[in-house]
Design a protein around this ligand. Structure first.
Ligand code: GA4
Length: 329
């Protein structure tokens, strides 16, 4: 019989098989953002995986390091101090274990922040520490530029004019950008048992794209598009990882598919990740770009705005297929 050292700590969190060396995915597409072939490589990766890694992105290591060390300092505070910065709903601030509004749980704590233009929204009182806020703002401004370049490259690779057809949706006044700092503490109670706590359960992101950066602790897994096999993404603290979200799936009429992903916690090491979610303004119509529809080709999806999709998303459970209710019969 297996006796957990401290069973109640994980009793509400679903368990996953611990990843082994064979689960590591060595074929993650790597895009050199400074190379002339970046646009083609991005489109290829989006079609095959809905996921890729970005190197030579131009973001200074110091920007990432400062944001990471300030985030680590925030999460190291006493629980009571952190709880004063939350709860995460409605809808922004500090949250612990609860994800969304419908009962999803993960072995993590996080900061969920609204972004206005290129920094944390003035409406977000959290984080209150100037050092953390400044470090995150410097990071957000930099990662947002990476997201814009990726969206421009997507438009170029797909042959869409104007070049800013996609990036303008995020650059516009009123665009719905969100930033998340996730801290997955180690879960030693499960060490050696072959299973791990779910850090963030499987889901697709509703936005256009998400740009992730983590410390050197792995844990991110993606589901491969042919067959759905879960593979572990080797961590790389110097790179960004980009996910295709549901909205870009619709804009490309399913040519790109949003990638299912999740995070498995480590029994010994904590993982800290930053994710920038590039969303359009609430009134933006999300429908296939006319230039991508072939002769006589119809949209696979019913008409909706980003605001309608977001509202529907918040009624779903994390792992639900949120797009299915918008697929034409
Ligand atoms: C997934 C992507 C982002 O983290 C997020 C998440 C949001 C939340 O944590 O509040 C959601 C989730 C995400 C999709 C479905 C709903 C909403 C939790 C949840 C169960 C901030 C987002 O935009 O959508």
């Amino acid at each position: 019989m297996v006796v957990l050292a401290n069973p109640p700590v994980v009793d509400q969190i679903p368990l996953l098989r611990s990843p082994g060396p064979a689960d590591y995915f060595s074929a993650v597409p790597v895009v050199d953002l400074s190379s002339p072939g970046a646009a083609r490589a991005i489109v290829d990766a989006c079609e095959r995986f809905g996921f890729f890694k970005v190197v030579n992105h131009g973001v200074a290591a110091g920007t990432m390091d400062r944001a990471e060390s300030e985030a680590v300092r925030f999460f190291a505070q006493a629980q009571a101090d952190k709880d004063r910065a939350g709860p995460g709903y409605p809808p922004f601030g500090y949250g612990s274990k609860r994800i969304g509004l419908n009962g999803d749980m993960g072995w993590l704590e996080y900061l969920l922040l609204a972004v206005d233009h290129a920094s944390i929204s003035d409406g977000c009182a959290v984080p209150s520490s100037a050092a953390l806020r400044n470090a995150l703002n410097e990071y957000i401004a930099a990662v947002r530029k990476v997201a814009m370049r990726v969206l421009e490259a997507v438009a170029e690779g797909l042959g869409i004019a104007p070049a800013d057809a996609l990036s303008a949706m995020v650059a516009e006044q009123g665009s719905d950008q969100v930033f998340r700092v996730n801290h997955y503490p180690p879960c030693p109670a499960l060490q050696g048992l072959g299973c791990s706590a779910t850090g963030f359960g499987e889901h697709t992101d509703p936005q256009l794209i998400s740009v992730l950066r983590s410390n050197g602790t792995s844990g991110l897994q993606i589901a491969l598009q042919d067959g759905g096999q879960w593979v572990s993404v080797p961590s790389d603290r110097d790179a960004f990882f980009v996910n295709v979200g549901d909205s870009l799936q619709v804009l490309t009429n399913g040519r790109f598919r949003s990638v299912k992903h999740r995070v498995v916690t480590n029994s010994l090491k904590s993982r800290v990740s930053f994710i920038y979610f590039a969303g359009p303004p609430l009134a933006q119509r999300i429908a296939p770009l006319p230039q991508l529809l072939g002769e006589g080709e119809q949209s696979l999806y019913k008409e909706f705005t980003w605001g309608e999709y977001k509202k529907a998303a918040y009624k779903t459970r994390l792992g639900d297929n949120r797009l299915s209710q918008f697929v034409k019969a």
